[in-house]
Design a protein around this ligand. Structure first.
Ligand code: ZN
Length: 380
C-alpha cells in the first residue's frame, strides 16, 4: 500500500477541491487560499510538468499524485521558502504555509520567495509566499496561515495534510511537529541549516526513527542560530533540495527509495555524515512510550506575562556563559553583563538573561514574539 493510500483511509480526502473553477475572475495579485482558490489551467495540459513526467521515478501517475497531495510547510524562512518554491513548481496540489513573521531586509540573502518590496512593506511571510507562488504557478492552491504553530492550534493548522515539512528555526516547534506526526501516524521531514551546516531526517512513524529517537532532548546551553552564527544560502538550498526530493518520493509512492538516515553535510568543509535511522528506538518517549509532552504543551518553558509590557520565559536548564553570549549578541545590539545578569537591547526589545537561562523580555506582551526572540538569540 502506498503512503498516499494509507493517508486516504486515515485522514482526509485527497480529491481536488470542488471549487476549483469557481473564481476565475479573482484578482491575481491576491494570495489564493485553499478553499476559494482559482485553479484554472493556464497552459495546455501536459506542458507545465512535461520534464518532470518524463523522469521515470515520477511519470504521469506520480504527477497526478503530486497534484492531489496536501503538504504543510511549518515556517517560511530560508528552508521553508526553498521547499515551498520547489514543491509549488513541481505541482504539489496544495501547500499550507504557516509562518507568523514578517519579511525583513536581512531575509533577502537566502529566503528565495521574497523580494525588496515584500521587505519594505513588512508583509507577513506566509502572504508574500502565497503571492509569489501564484505568480509562477496559479494552478495549485496555497493556504497561507499567519500563525505560530503551538499546541493549541497544531490540530487545526496541520489537519488534512498528507505530509509535514519543517521550515522552522527551533527545536521546540520541531518536537511539537514530531509529537503530532507520531500521534497521528503522519510522515514529516526534519530539515535544518545554520552556518554552512545542513541536516535532515525523514520520519515515517512506526517505520523509522523519529526525532526524539535520535535527539531525546532539545540541545541545552547556547545553541548556534542563524542570528549568532550566520548562514550560507547554499546550505539552505542543499537541505531544501534533499528534503523536497524525499517529499516527492513519499508523495508519489516511492517510499522504497527514501533515505533512512540522519544526513548532515557541511558545504564549507565538505564533511558529511549519516547516522542510521531505519528503526524506531526502543523506549523512545514519543514513538515508543507515546508520551506526547510537547503536544500536551508540557515540553516548553513556561511563559508568563510579567509587568505591563514584559514576558518572562521560565527556562531553568540552559546554563548561559555570559562572556560567550556577550560576544554572540554584540553584532545585534547593545549588551551589558555582570556575574548575575546579562542585558541585551535590540530595538524595540530589552532582554534580561539569567545564568540558568531564564529571561525577561521587555517590549512585548506576546508570548510568541518573546519565544521567537529567545529562540533566535539564545536557543530553542
Ligand atoms: Zn521515536
Amino acid at each position: 500500500m502506498t503512503y498516499l493510500a494509507q493517508e486516504k483511509q486515515s485522514t482526509h480526502s485527497l480529491e481536488p477541491e470542488s471549487s476549483r473553477d469557481d473564481s476565475a475572475d479573482r484578482d491575481r495579485s491576491e494570495p489564493q487560499t485553499g478553499d476559494e482558490a482559482s485553479h484554472q489551467r493556464v497552459f495546455p495540459e501536459g506542458d507545465r510538468y512535461s520534464r518532470q513526467v518524463l523522469f521515470s521515478g515520477i511519470g504521469l501517475e506520480g504527477q497526478q499524485k503530486l497534484g492531489a497531495a496536501r503538504v504543510a510547510i511549518v515556517g517560511c524562512g530560508a528552508t521553508g521558502s526553498a521547499l515551498a518554491g520547489l514543491l509549488a513548481r513541481a505541482g504539489v496540489g496544495m501547500l499550507r504555509i504557516i509562518d507568523r513573521d514578517y519579511v525583513e531586509p536581512s531575509n533577502l540573502q537566502r529566503q528565495s520567495l521574497f523580494d525588496e518590496r515584500d521587505a519594505s512593506e513588512s508583509l507577513p511571510k506566509a502572504i508574500a509566499a502565497a503571492r509569489k507562488i501564484a505568480a509562477f504557478n496559479s494552478e495549485i492552491a496555497v493556504e497561507p496561515r499567519v500563525d505560530d504553530l503551538v499546541p493549541a492550534n497544531v490540530e487545526a493548522l496541520l489537519e488534512g495534510t498528507n505530509l509535514i515539512l519543517d521550515g522552522t528555526d527551533n527545536f521546540e516547534t520541531r518536537y511539537l511537529i514530531n509529537d503530532y506526526a507520531v500521534a497521528r501516524s503522519r510522515s514529516w521531514i526534519y530539515s535544518a541549516a545554520v552556518g554552512s551546516y545542513a541536516v535532515t531526517l525523514n520520519v515515517l512513524p512506526g517505520q523509522t526513527a523519529c526525532l526524539a529517537c535520535i535527539f531525546p532532548d532539545s540541545p541545552r546551553g547556547m545553541v548556534e542560530t542563524c542570528e549568532t552564527s550566520g548562514i550560507l544560502n547554499s546550505a539552505v538550498n542543499l537541505v531544501a533540495s534533499i528534503t523536497a526530493t524525499e517529499a516527492i518520493k513519499l508523495l508519489v509512492g516511492g517510499a522504497a527509495s527514501l533515505r533512512r538516515t540522519l544526513l548532515s553535510f557541511d558545504v564549507w568543509t565538505n564533511e558529511r555524515s549519516e547516522i542510521s535511522a531505519g528503526k524506531p528506538r526502543a523506549g523512545c518517549r514519543a514513538c515508543g512510550e507515546r508520551d506526547f509532552v510537547y503536544l500536551a504543551g508540557e515540553g516548553r518553558p513556561h511563559i508568563t506575562l510579567c509587568g505591563r509590557n514584559s514576558v518572562q520565559i521560565h527556562e531553568r536548564q540552559r546554563p548561559i556563559d555570559f562572556a560567550e553570549m556577550d560576544r554572540r549578541l554584540q553584532p545585534h545590539g547593545v549588551v551589558r553583563h555582570n556575574g548575575f545578569v546579562l542585558k541585551f537591547w535590540h530595538e524595540p526589545y530589552e532582554m534580561t538573561l539569567f545564568p540558568d537561562g531564564r529571561a525577561i523580555i521587555k517590549g512585548t506582551t506576546d508570548a510568541a514574539v518573546a519565544r521567537s526572540l529567545y529562540a533566535r538569540y539564545v536557543g530553542s
